[in-house]
Write a protein of this length. Structure first.
Length: 127
């Protein structure tokens, strides 16, 4: 996708996910000491494209596979597939994956202005 096509997705993710994240500065930015630790903000375009490449699915497994293949391999995942942030429960993308999928699907459907984390998407947290 072209950068201007990704703009509404980026804006919706910052408004509906980043603004409510535990590491949020309240304005959609990161307040953590190291904002590069957040896979969502660091790899936002790859996250969007990964979710869109799957299409709408009833469970999270295909999205998770796409994220692992296209984002995690470019982030902190090592050769064996391990990620110290994910393994410690500190990967914000992993923690917010289902709402991230919902936001991206909502924007794709033209409903990008809904409130955070509440319905709208079809992915369930089954793995």
């Amino acid at each position: 996708m072209k950068p201007n096509e990704l703009r509404p997705y980026r804006a919706a993710l910052r408004e509906r996910i980043c603004a409510f994240c535990a590491e949020s500065d309240g304005r959609g930015g990161c307040s953590g000491a190291d904002p590069d630790r957040c896979a969502l903000t660091t790899h936002i375009d790859e996250v969007i494209e990964s979710v869109l490449s799957v299409g709408e699915r009833p469970d999270v497994a295909p999205y998770l596979a796409a994220i692992r293949a296209r984002v995690c391999t470019r982030c902190r995942e090592d050769e064996s597939g391990a990620c110290f942030l994910r393994d410690a429960g500190q990967c914000n993308l992993d923690a917010y994956l289902v709402p991230v999928i919902e936001v991206i699907e909502d924007v794709a459907k033209g409903a990008g202005a809904q409130s955070c984390c509440g319905g709208g998407g079809t992915a369930s947290p089954e793995r």
